[in-house]
Design a protein around this ligand. Structure first.
Ligand code: GLA
Length: 676
């Protein structure tokens, strides 16, 4: 019987994972192999105190579980899993394949990855293997089979955690196995060399290929390398990593067809995994998120990451697999979280659709490269502020059980396309100011400040459920994306496009004719010439807004001009346009707007699309999770003062009735439950 992927949400094992406890799933990575057994016993007592009900084990235990190739030793892991089970703590069992053992590197040195500039990486770390190495895939499948066979019927097992953060810290490898696999991948994609030569534009700089084995990985070269080739190498790498995941998942499925399988994503980190494809292959989406400690708006970026994760999950509940209780150890300045921040961060993820809150890691390591990373239980032990906050969060999550399975809905979507980001990030683009991430964050922040909930979408996703779709930076848009966005507007949708979008097709080839080839029709304009600005140059618009970074020379066909440039290289030309197209409307903004200028533009667009965007209380995040019958309004106060917010129902964290107004203390969260 074919095994279904993903497992149905109402299957008993999925229900057990997400509903099998009295509260929300709570816990973290647990690495007891770094400690003596007496410490495990103490750990488990503390876990019970904190209400922990799920821990991820064995993530980096391959060398202990298989000390020599084909020789296994599960005594320690048996003991740990049994102890956890006796304490009522469930297990998210990892396959330890992110860190192959020393014997593996000695025996299979060709599995070491090679960087783009030709350095073969050594061991003594983790996450470093050629994803195309047959030796690695065979060894990974073998240890996975041993684990799946041994623990298939263990009552503690509720989830499989395959590998750890595929693609981190490096993803693409330029070793011989990767080059050979890349050629096969290209044969499958293009069929003939003639097609490949055409798609890659190899007549440029005389790169025409006559034999498949002339094709190499796009390693560091004398000048800029063929960008279609590089883009395909990103796609190939994402697929190669995904094959590694599927290789292990399918072994697991043979032994535990009903237990959910996942791997931890890094949603907004676009190294070389196209998570829109990956999310189709996991039973539940799991994500790791770490604050950019030094950014004052890092809670907004957290919300963005959580919204993207929910979108990758198709709106279904997801698991926050890792975040931190305090400082990490790998940023330039590892700023500690302030009192209360740990709970605010956790509850923001929960508000945006997470049904599990886990941390890296339970007990802080004393040795190894992460010894200065925070943990649920710090070096200083249980008599600490962090531990007290961990215990308090466990209690809060116990009270929030009714929230499980409820969903967040949005009528605004932001386009997020990893392939477009990869392509835009290559060299020799028209301006160093063209940052897709910068634009997405700018648009997202304006919406966050207005408490407009957004989903993220792929440009070919079903869009009919949205009133407004925004493409802050969609440099690459294939024909399917072009048709989808155009059709969305034709059918009555509202589309807002920012500059340098719709320029190239799936092979990074400029569409024939004037830009923006993929969006010309829907925007009702053409751009004969890009007019990027000098560093720090500003331009003034006829509506008094100020632009930076970029302008276009625009010729409107059917679009009306809402604002013109009053100075700068595009003086007198259109700056912001609106096109009535079919039953809908498409806006184009050709310069970088920020702050109030971007906010007022978005407000116009939101109002036209009929979306309520009245500003609430600045700094109080308001987001609703709903079921058919119930609403859960999360109010997260990021300010230093108590805030009075409108709500009626029952406040779940304090278990008090709310009649019209709820007071949200400074830095705290309130969750008001009401019938719909
Ligand atoms: C990642 C890894 C963890 C740990 C944390 C530290 O998310 O998955 O193993 O290294 O980073 O922040």
């Amino acid at each position: 019987m074919p095994i279904q992927t993903p497992l149905p949400a109402d299957s008993p094992a999925m229900q057990r994972l997400l509903h099998g406890t009295t509260g929300i799933r709570y816990g973290g990575d647990y690495n007891p192999e770094q400690w003596p057994r007496a410490t495990w016993v103490e750990d488990i007592e503390l876990m019970k105190q904190a209400g922990i009900n799920l821990v991820s084990v064995a993530i980096f235990a391959w060398g202990l579980l298989e000390p020599r190739e084909g020789e296994y030793d599960f005594r320690q892991l048996d003991d740990i899993i049994d102890l956890l089970h006796k304490a009522g703590i469930d297990v998210d069992l990892a396959t330890p394949t992110a860190a192959p053992p020393a014997w593996f590197w000695k025996k299979y040195p060709d599995s070491r990855p090679v960087t783009r500039d030709g350095i073969t990486l050594g061991n003594g770390s983790r996450g470093m293997v050629s994803p195309s190495s047959p030796d690695y895939r065979r060894a990974a499948a073998a240890i996975t089979e041993q684990l799946a066979r041994r623990y298939a019927n263990h009552p503690a097992l509720v989830l499989w955690h395959v590998h750890n953060e595929y693609g981190a810290p490096i993803s693409d490898s330029y070793d011989d196995d990767s080059v050979a696999a890349f050629r096969v991948w290209l044969q499958n994609r293009y069929g003939t060399l003639d097609t490949l030569n055409e798609k890659w534009g190899t007549t440029f700089w005389g790169q025409v290929y006559g034999e498949w084995d002339e094709i190499d990985a796009p390693r560091q070269s004398a000048s800029v390398t063929n960008q279609a080739q590089r883009l395909d190498f990103h796609r190939f790498t994402s697929d190669a990593l995904l094959e590694c995941y599927i290789n292990e998942r399918d072994v697991i499925r043979r032994f535990t067809p009903d237990i959910p399988v996942t791997t931890n994503f890094m949603a907004t980190n676009c190294l070389s995994a196209d998570y829109w494809r990956w999310s189709q292959e996991v039973d539940v989406v799991a994500n790791d998120h770490y604050l950019v400690a030094e950014r004052a708006d890092n809670h907004v970026l957290l919300a963005l990451d959580a919204d993207l994760t929910r979108s990758l999950a198709g709106g279904a509940p997801w698991i926050l697999m890792e975040h931190s209780t305090g400082a990490v150890n790998w940023q330039p300045r590892n700023i500690a979280k302030r009192p209360g921040e740990l709970a605010r961060n956790s509850l923001s993820h929960l508000a945006r659709g997470a049904d599990g809150i886990l941390f890296f890691q339970f007990r802080a390591s004393r040795f190894g490269v992460e010894k200065f990373h925070s943990a649920m239980l710090p070096h200083a032990g249980a008599e600490t502020r962090i531990w007290r906050e961990v215990v308090a969060l466990g209690q809060s999550l116990g009270s929030l059980a009714p929230v499980r399975s409820s969903r967040v809905t949005a009528c605004v979507a932001l386009v997020w396309d990893t392939e477009s980001f990869w392509a835009q990030d290559f060299e020799w683009r028209p301006s160093a100011e063209l940052g897709h991430r910068e634009r997405i964050e700018a648009f997202y922040t304006v919406l966050w400040n207005r408490n407009v909930t957004v989903d993220f979408v792929h440009p070919t996703s079903e869009l009919s459920g949205y009133e407004l779709v925004i493409a802050p930076s969609l440099y690459l848009a294939g024909p399917a994306a072009s048709e989808n966005l155009t059709g969305f507007v034709r059918d009555g949708g509202h589309l807002l496009v920012s500059y340098f979008s719709g320029i190239v097709d799936l092979n990074d080839t400029v569409y024939p004719g004037a830009a923006p080839g993929a969006l010309r029709e829907v925007l009702g304009l053409t751009i004969p010439e890009f007019l990027p600005l000098h560093e720090a140059e500003t331009v003034t618009l006829s509506d008094s807004r100020t632009g930076t970074a970029w302008t276009d020379d625009i010729e409107v066909s059917t679009a009306e001009v809402l604002a013109r440039y009053v100075d700068g290289p595009a003086v007198n030309g259109p700056a912001i346009t609106r096109n009535s197209f079919g039953a809908g409307t498409a806006w184009y903004v050709s310069t970088k707007l920020d702050g109030d200028d971007l906010d007022s533009l978005l407000l116009d667009v939101l109002n036209t699309a009929g979306i309520d965007a009245a500003r609430g209380v600045t700094g109080v995040e308001a987001i609703t999770r709903s079921t058919d019958t119930d609403d859960f309004l999360f109010l997260i106060n990021h300010t230093d003062a108590e805030q009075a917010m409108s709500a009626t129902g029952t406040e779940l964290l304090t278990n008090t009735a709310v009649d019209g107004t709820v007071l949200v203390p400074a830095g705290l969260t309130r969750v008001v439950h009401s019938a719909r």
